[in-house]
Write a protein that binds this ligand. Structure first.
Ligand SMILES: [Zn+2]
Ligand SMILES: [Zn+2]
Length: 188
């Protein structure tokens, strides 16, 4: 995070004391190829730092914009996000709970808390819209944009049958020809 570590020496050891802190910065390398917060995308918010016996309680909200890629049609699109945080920073974080480390001299680094809070908001399989038609498996066209001419998709299990269809059609035509041909011959 480009936001510096938060100095909390003014709050430590003074349970009940609190102060607000505006947040503005970026996070690098957050997300996956399908869902990410770009390295240069601004993240803003407001935190409330509260001194408690165990350490510093940090609560507030973060806002920003995530860049998503539709899992069906691969179109890139942006989506705003807003997440709430409510976490305890303490000198001796309990591995069993979700506490974050606090250094009495250096303060608290909110980077990991931000990553955790925003990370769970990143969709696993983003869709540009709930009824996205995706890409055509045959021609690769974007069906949302009508790029696919709408040819029939043939189930591979029936592909053998479809190969036989032209042959069957020829047989029928042949029969018809034979019938019309037979009649004159029959009369002759
Ligand atoms: Zn889509
Ligand atoms: Zn197509």
């Amino acid at each position: 995070m480009t936001v510096a570590t938060i100095d909390v020496r003014d709050l430590l050891g003074r349970p009940g004391a609190s102060r607000e802190l505006p947040i503005s910065g970026t996070l690098e390398g957050l997300g996956s190829e399908l869902a990410r917060v770009p390295d240069d995308a601004p993240i803003q918010g407001e935190l409330l730092l509260e001194s408690v016996v165990e350490g510093i309680l940090v609560s507030g909200r973060l806002e920003g914009t995530m860049t998503l890629r539709c899992a069906r049609c691969l179109a890139d699109f942006e989506q705003p996000f807003r997440v709430e945080v409510h976490e305890l920073f303490t000198e001796r974080p309990d591995d069993e709970s979700d506490e974050y480390p606090l250094d009495p001299e250096l303060g608290i680094d909110p980077d990991q808390m931000f990553r955790d809070a925003i990370g769970v908001e990143l969709p696993f399989s983003p869709l540009c819209r709930p009824d996205c038609q995706g890409l055509c498996e045959i021609c690769g066209g974007n069906r949302n944009l009508g790029e696919c001419p709408g040819h029939e998709q043939i189930d591979p299990r029936f592909a053998v049958l479809s190969d036989l269809l032209p042959a069957l059609a020829e047989l029928e035509v042949g029969d018809a020809d034979d019938t019309t041909a037979d009649d004159p011959h029959g009369r002759n």
